[in-house]
Ligand binder design. Structure first.
Ligand SMILES: [Zn+2]
Length: 342
């Protein structure tokens, strides 16, 4: 199916909410990784979300240009074209964008969607994340409210973050003293500020001890019950419909029971990057070690073109990453959940 439109995306999120499952939102940085996600989702018969980070988009534009919007548009257009051939729906999202990068990344991408809409074309992206978590909450929400107003006019969903995700992603490291746990008071303030915006839809990354990257067991102290407390508080004040669509960041290394507990409290999107990065690279390492004198020209020999042709090992990487996407869908209880009826 083509990339989901706004109504389809909203129905996807509603179905996850009602059906007690979540969508994997997988970071990609190239055509091959994007193809891997589509393959994994299609083999799981699950819809899903493909997302791009600022660094991933700079990379995708080429290491000479390092042009974030150009990389984003380029990969998004590829996905718009090939997704039409897969029997599932996929939504396109951009990952963490801090306030100082909005004018270099998210705002030009929203402007691109505005241009496309004016020409009668589909949106480029379905949703964007603004990460104001390093700012005081009122500053975070002042920026978010303005962005959400613009997004709502263009049928774009906005993801925001309260509290701070620890660890390192795309070179941005949260400080050791960072506030890793959000509070019901923070999230009530989000609901109060956003409920005034007509027709707006948003997702909330409410942190509960999440850390980006992967750490040995014991380093991550998740407290999913924080999500339950936030949902209870918002439901009490604003009613059942005000319950949040929650996003789980930094979930690498989490146990299945923690993931399922978080889904039970309303997580409908779980970001996955570290685990699929490893899945992509793992078979490449294996291939290089096993075909040492094929990929290299050793001792005056000529190597083996069949081995050093990048397709030989990129195809293995694509298959392995697709398998990891399938595992993610299964962990998130989304197998066979596609809305596509073809
Ligand atoms: Zn994140």
């Amino acid at each position: 199916m083509p990339v989901a439109d706004y109504n389809t995306y909203c129905r996807m999120l509603d179905r996850a909410r009602e059906g007690n499952f979540a969508y994997p939102a997988i970071n990609v940085t190239s055509l091959t990784t994007a193809n891997a996600v589509l393959r994994g989702l299609a083999e799981s018969r699950s819809d899903g979300i493909i997302q791009l980070s600022t660094g991933g988009c700079a990379f995708a534009s080429g290491t000479t240009l390092k042009d974030m919007p150009m990389g984003a548009i380029s990969i998004a257009e590829h996905i718009h074209r090939v997704a039409a051939k897969y029997p599932i729906y996929v939504a396109l999202h951009t990952d963490h964008c801090q306030a100082d990068k909005l004018d270099k990344f998210v705002n030009p991408l929203i402007a691109e969607t505005e241009r496309r809409r004016a020409a009668g074309l589909p949106n480029l992206f379905n949703s964007h994340m603004f990460d104001g978590s390093s700012l005081p909450l009122d500053e975070n929400l002042d920026i978010a409210v303005k962005l959400l107003e613009r997004c709502a006019k263009n049928e774009i969903i906005l993801e925001i973050e309260t509290g701070v995700v620890g660890g390192e992603e795309d070179g941005v490291t949260a400080s050791a003293a960072a506030r890793l746990y959000t509070t019901p008071e923070d999230t009530l303030e989000v609901a109060r500020r956003f409920s005034a915006i007509k027709g707006a839809r948003y997702m909330l990354a409410a942190t509960f001890g999440n850390v980006h990257g992967v750490y040995k067991p014991g380093h991550v102290k998740l407290k999913p019950s924080i999500l339950r407390d936030c949902q209870e508080a918002v439901e009490k004040t604003y009613g059942k419909e005000a319950r949040f669509d929650l996003v789980f960041h930094g979930g690498s290394g989490s146990s299945i029971s923690e993931i399922h507990e978080a889904i039970g409290y309303g997580v409908i999107k779980m970001n996955i990057d570290t685990d699929t990065q490893y899945a992509f690279t793992r078979p490449v390492a294996d291939f290089i070690f096993k075909n040492y004198d094929g990929v290299l020209k050793v001792d005056g020999e000529v190597g083996n073109k069949k081995a050093y042709d990048p397709r030989a090992w990129l195809a293995l990487a694509e298959a392995s990453m697709a398998a990891r996407v399938k595992q993610a869908v299964s962990d998130l209880k989304g197998e066979n959940s596609t809305m596509f009826r073809g």
